[in-house]
Design a protein around this ligand. Structure first.
Ligand code: SF4
Ligand code: SF4
Ligand code: FES
Length: 365
């Protein structure tokens, strides 16, 4: 039998700002332009992890043969297309759009601790010099300060209806905890039956907070951390909870951890976190945290000891169990927080040390 020849892939090309570039069928103008020219096209409702929405129109570009500018995030690239991303006319559109967006908000100046993307609107408004107040008038949004959840501030006076929060909740988290009510100036992000987040499907993963480009949704824990003053520093690390290994940026002020932001380029999580990785970092500096080994005494109290004493006591405990019940009475569970080297050492300790294969890892739970 003669094998069928593979269909020949047609090379697709287009020009972006007079530069000839190739692309794959299905890509949008924004994806092609960004890949070849870097981030030259401004966006507000776009998050590359989500289906493009086309709501803000800030990413408009000119396409030869089309009467009006098109949203580059939703328009597919086609063979031979000629695209221009920066013209005086396009830049004027963008500035006007930003002036209108800024005019309905109480403020575009929000605390960077609000969330990962919280400075996007402010940065664009400043770049386009759009604080003109030309469209000052009616404001949109009704803040939901009464939501008693301890993690997420819901300040919709600063909402621009980009729906990134709604989309990330549905598309990335699969929770559908929030949605949109009403239209125009009365548009509001709500939970089902307009209840509080804690009474909804919300798992407090914080993804809506981190994708919000205006700080309308804020990391309430980080924003409350005002007791220590000073510059915020970010340190890339790995979430200490389970074995997935999500990348995080730990935010500190001096020696104090004030918050956690997901790393958008984290290979295991691409900006996602669960409630523990996002909000449950207090244990690190909690006053109840053990910093010294303790040995339980006959009377039930715990006595602080040095590490050599503690390890001797543990070894003696193992020896007694082994002598009395045999090797299969020992069972090791390695921590999901342990790095590979420690997990390897743990299984070696159980297998070679006691002669049993009763070893597991809590990441499988
Ligand atoms: S915290 Fe997570 S689950 Fe809750 S509304 Fe935001 S994205 Fe949805
Ligand atoms: S709360 Fe933030 S992410 Fe959600 S629609 Fe408003 S501005 Fe967009
Ligand atoms: S980024 Fe394309 S329409 Fe908003």
């Amino acid at each position: 039998m003669i094998a069928e020849a593979e269909p020949e892939l047609k090379a697709l090309t287009m020009t972006v700002d007079n530069q000839t570039v190739n692309f794959t069928e299905g890509e949008t103008i924004y994806q092609v332009a960004t890949r070849h020219l870097g981030e030259k096209i401004p966006t507000l409702c776009y998050d590359d992890r989500l289906e493009a929405f086309g709501g803000c129109r800030l990413c408009v570009v000119e396409v030869e043969g089309m009467r009006a500018p098109v949203a580059s995030c939703t328009t597919k690239a086609t063979d031979g297309m000629k695209v221009t991303t920066q013209t005086a006319k396009i830049e004027k559109y963008r500035k006007t759009l930003l002036e209108m967006v800024a005019s309905e908000n109480r403020s575009v100046d929000v605390d960077p601790l609000s969330g990962y993307a919280s400075q996007e609107l402010r940065t664009l408004v400043d770049h386009y010099d759009a604080r003109t107040g030309r469209f000052a008038g009616k404001k949109s949004g009704t803040s939901n300060y009464d939501d008693k959840n301890p993690f997420i501030l819901r300040d919709y006076d600063n909402c621009i209806s980009c729906y990134r929060c709604v989309r990330v909740c549905a598309e990335q988290e699969g929770d559908y905890a929030i949605n949109v009510m009403n239209r125009g100036f009365a548009t509001q992000i709500i939970t089902e039956f307009n209840s509080e987040l804690r009474d909804s499907q919300c798992t407090f993963c914080g993804q809506c907070v981190q994708t919000c480009p205006t700080g309308a949704l804020g990391d309430a824990k980080a924003l409350r951390a005002t007791e220590v003053e000073g510059k915020i520093e970010k340190t890339r690390s790995i979430c200490p909870y389970c074995g997935v290994g999500c990348s995080v940026d730990i935010m500190t002020r001096g020696q104090k951890i004030v918050g956690v932001q997901p790393a958008m380029d984290g290979p295991a999580n691409k900006g996602a976190l669960c409630i523990k990785g996002q909000f449950a970092f207090d244990f690190v500096q909690h006053e109840d945290r053990l910093t010294q080994p303790l040995i339980k005494q006959e009377d039930g109290t715990f006595k602080e000891v040095d590490w050599d004493t503690a390890l001797d006591a543990a070894a003696e405990g193992y020896r007694k169990v082994l002598e009395k019940y045999g090797r299969h009475a020992i069972y090791g569970v390695a921590s999901g927080r342990a790095p590979h080297e420690a997990a390897y050492t743990m299984q070696k300790f159980i297998r070679a040390g006691f002669g049993t294969n009763y070893i597991d890892n809590c990441s499988r739970a």
